[in-house]
Ligand binder design. Structure first.
Ligand code: BES
Ligand code: ZN
Length: 852
């Protein structure tokens, strides 16, 4: 195992202001820089330590200046593990204010981190732009700095660039001056006091569109040439969201500008740099003709997420990465609040339960999870916590809290928190304090276990002689983990109860291991955790579970409750608290279901079951069972979008056609054959399904057609769809052909994780992909782990394996190979696969009998 040193810098030297100039060279792919860091020294010192990585710093040009006195640097000691450079002085530098002057050089690499280059094609020419991605710990790869979120300072950035290019940074340009050799110097206004990870500079050819909020903030969307016709949707959402947040937080966005930039090579989905938010193109651009409803939704959620950070993250920043969830959990919650405000007809909160809430429950049910708040030191550990726990579990507990507090107290608490800590840093307890004060409710008592303990509870309704009790325990998806991990956590669980006799949901609070619960008279069915407000699963006695059939069929239960029941029965089947047969039986109650989110949830659960039994000789029977479940809906959704139909209808159509086609519904397959030939004339909402099924049930012709298009496609969204389609080939030859492309220029570094993720879902491709990853493992670890943050996603794809053979191989491989940035993911896969093996062995006989 790698040593994980404590990497915090000494607190005796702190930055106040950086006066920073950078000269990117977009032909030689290098950059030069110099900086004057105004620092405050509180203890005389012979050495000053800063973060720096992959830079060349010449100590001869470096010095500290105090007034007129210079303190030359004697030498630099690099610490590669800590990513620091220590500047040593001949004589001690005294207490007080000083200026540290440094000159340095670096490379503009294809690293997707630090100050890097991105490639695009315009008018058939290959071109490059230079951009930054600093979160979490990569500002240090662009300039030596105090690269910690609590070391806030003001930045005066200047960029020296060729005259024909555009320069963008966090603030507006103050001054543009001539510079020797056809260059110009663009000096930007000082930034607010902020953390290093939020700084950004971008240099290249851009076109833009612009608008203004009613408060006069100038909002612009920058894209590489030829794409500005796809920027209108994001501009509109950005303006509306900014106006909404101004009001929602009760604090005005402090800058006169907000730029949003589409970057053709980008590791994350988007990055909230203050005033200069960068995006992966597929999460910013919407084309009237070629974008799907789902892309619109993702773009809106992404914009809202990053704009939420302008307050929650940028204005008030976590003290240290341990509190990352404050940033990400909160933004992941608030993005829905904003999108619901702008697009009420989307019913986005229902999707929250399917997307965020569910993703959290899926990862947090492993023994190898982590508490929302987790101690981290080294960059690879920091990169690792940008995961479903920080984002989705974080968002889910905030949603639970918001409902517990009520909207007014929630907003008041937020406002006070942001006001109190503006331009400073905060920890989780600061947020709780603000909410307690605003509401008078025991927030710490409710929230503490949810934040500091791993996992989440299941609530069990138990019938006894003297009535019912509600018990709680920690939910593990694996029965082995349930046996091995002793749980001592008792959660405070707010629950709403609904039933056929409740007029309004009843509020109860389960804060002990067990409490009595009196079932009201006349109850035919009763559902705990109404609207799925709290991240728990509910385990009912069989007769209560069976009683859900009628209200599901008759839709007496609302969609979120129908969704929750389906989700939990399958989870309990996996954890051996219920039989898979009971779950499948209940699934048949959803035959007349038409709600998109319910189907999204149910089909995800059924796909898991499908993957589990895929190798069985009787698999055909399961295939038919699923085909029969989805097929009746085909006539409901139809094969073509209708005028003015709802957002959910568009989403439901591709879901149903996709699933029915996957399970070989003849009508769908016939349609696919015809539709596939239309190419880009296929309606954007259906293209994904048609490509995937077309390749899956087609031959070399279909595969090659999409492959050729993939190689030259310039629209990121379309490229992703093509990749997902290609990944579904059932021919190993094709899979190899596709994988061989991964390490070539045809698959951008940013796109490989999506492609690999899609391949993991393909039964035929899975083992081939695993061999491929092993072969080039060091490339993947270096590119996506070690301070990157997508290696865990690549590794987690292996969770669906269910054979001893794979398990053994996987374990052996990671005994020999490190997985920096995905160590937890490796343990998670092992735990999950062990659990799958047991699940399969336990239930395959009864499931077969049930299907027969
Ligand atoms: N702050 C993150 C970007 C980020 C992610 C930086 C991981 C470093 C590592 C940004 O706010 C974010 O969360 N982006 C999401 C998209 C968002 C819509 C959930 C992402 O990149 O996936
Ligand atoms: Zn975020």
């Amino acid at each position: 195992m790698n040593r994980k040193p404590n990497v915090r810098l000494p607190s005796t030297v702190t930055p106040i202001r950086y006066v920073l100039t950078l000269h990117p060279d977009l032909e030689g792919f290098l950059f030069k820089g110099d900086e004057d860091i105004h620092i405050s020294i509180t203890k005389p010192t012979r050495a000053i330590t800063l973060h720096a990585r992959d830079l060349v710093i010449n100590y001869k040009d470096s010095y500290v200046r105090i007034g007129k006195q210079n303190f030359p640097v004697k030498g630099i000691v690099w610490n590669e593990a800590n990513e620091t450079a220590t500047f040593e002085f001949e004589k001690p530098v005294p207490v007080g204010k000083a200026v540290l002057h440094l000159e340095f050089e670096g490379k503009l690499a294809d690293s997707l981190r630090g100050f890097y280059r991105a490639r695009y094609v315009h008018a058939d020419k290959e071109k490059f732009l230079a951009t930054t991605q600093f979160e979490a710990t990569d500002a240090r790869a662009a300039f030596p700095c105090f690269d910690e979120p609590a070391q806030k300072a003001v930045f005066d950035v200047s960029l020296v660039i060729p005259k024909h290019l555009e320069a963008i940074s966090n603030t507006v340009p103050l001054e543009v001056t001539e510079h020797a050799g056809n260059f110009k110097r663009v000096a930007f206004a000082p930034t607010p006091k902020m953390s290093t990870y939020l700084l950004a500079f971008i240099v290249g050819e851009f076109e833009f569109i612009e608008g203004k909020t009613k408060d006069g903030v100038q909002v612009r969307i920058f894209v590489t040439p030829g794409k500005k016709h796809q920027a209108g949707f994001a501009l509109d959402v950005a303006i509306k969201t900014l106006e909404y947040f101004n009001e929602f937080f009760g604090i005005k966005y402090p800058l006169p500008n907000l730029d949003m930039i589409g970057i053709p090579d980008f590791a994350a989905g988007a990055m909230e740099n203050w005033g200069a938010v960068t995006y992966r193109e597929s999460q910013l651009l919407v084309d009237d003709e070629h974008s799907s409803a789902s892309t619109r939704q993702w773009t809106a959620l992404t914009v809202a997420h990053e704009l939420a950070h302008q307050w929650f993250g940028n204005l008030v920043t976590m003290e240290w990465w341990t509190h990352l969830w404050l940033n990400e959990g909160f933004a992941s919650y608030i993005e829905y609040v904003a999108v619901d405000h702008i697009f009420p007809e989307w019913e986005i909160w229902k999707q929250f339960v399917y997307i965020d809430f569910n993703t959290a429950l899926e990862l947090d049910c492993l023994a190898n999870t982590h508490p929302i708040e987790v101690t981290v030191h080294h960059p690879s550990e920091i990169g690792e916590i940008f995961d479903a726990i920080s984002y989705h579990k974080g968002a889910s507990v905030i949603r639970m809290l918001a409902e517990f507090l009520g909207e007014q107290a929630f907003r008041k608490g937020l406002h006070n928190y942001l006001k109190t800590h503006a331009y400073k840093n905060a920890e989780t307890k600061d947020l709780w304090k603000a909410f307690e004060k605003a509401s008078g409710k025991p927030v710490v008592k409710l929230m503490d276990t949810w934040i500091t303990k791993p996992g989440y509870p299941y609530v069990q309704l138990v019938e006894g002689k003297n009535g019912c009790v509600l018990k709680q325990g920690r939910f593990f998806s694996s029965p082995v983990s349930r046996k091995n991990v002793k749980n001592t956590t008792v959660w405070g669980i707010p629950l709403s109860v609904t039933s056929n006799v409740h007029k309004n949901p009843e509020k109860i609070f389960l804060d002990k291991k067990e409490i009595p619960y009196r079932i009201p008279k006349g109850v035919e069915w009763i559902k705990f955790n109404a609207l799925e407000s709290t991240p728990v699963r509910v385990d009912y006695p069989s007769r209560f579970l069976e009683a859900f059939r009628t209200p599901i069929e008759k839709k007496e239960l609302v969609p979120l409750d129908r969704l929750g029941i389906a989700r939990d029965v399958f989870a309990f089947a996996e954890s051996d608290q219920l039989s898979t047969v009971q779950a499948l039986q209940l699934a048949t109650a959803y035959r007349d279901e038409v709600d998109y989110n319910v189907w999204a949830e149910l089909s995800t659960r059924l796909s898991e079951v499908n993957a589990l039994f895929r190798d069985e000789i009787w698999y055909e029977k399961l295939d038919r069972f699923l085909r029969d479940l989805y097929s009746p809906l085909i006539s409901y959704v139809g094969f073509s979008p209708r005028a003015k139909e709802s957002h959910s209808m568009s989403l439901l159509r591709s879901l149903i056609l996709g699933q029915a086609g996957l399970h070989k519904n003849k009508q769908v397959l016939t349609w696919i054959k015809k539709e596939f030939r239309k190419g880009v004339k296929i309606h954007a909402d259906l293209r994904g399904v048609v490509y995937s099924l077309g390749v899956r049930h087609g031959g070399s012709k279909e595969f090659q057609t999409l492959l050729q298009r993939y190689k030259t496609e310039d629209m990121a969204e379309e490229r992703n769809r093509l990749a997902r389609g290609l990944s579904q080939s059932q021919n190993p030859k094709h899979i190899n052909e596709l994988l061989n492309l991964v390490l070539t220029k045809h698959v951008r570094l940013q796109d490989a994780p999506t492609l690999l993720g899609a391949l993991w879902t393909n039964y035929i491709a899975r083992p081939i992909l695993w061999e491929f990853l092993k072969k080039d493992w060091s490339h993947f670890e270096k590119t996506y782990g070690q301070g990157g943050h997508t290696l865990d996603r690549i590794v987690l794809g292996a969770r669906t394996f269910h054979s001893q053979k794979f398990l053994k191989d996987f374990k052996t491989f990671f005994k020999k190979h490190s997985a920096q940035g995905a160590e937890r993911a490796v343990s998670q896969v092992i735990e999950q696969v062990e659990s799958n093996i047991l699940w399969l062995a336990r239930d395959k006989k009864v499931v077969r009998r049930f299907l027969e």
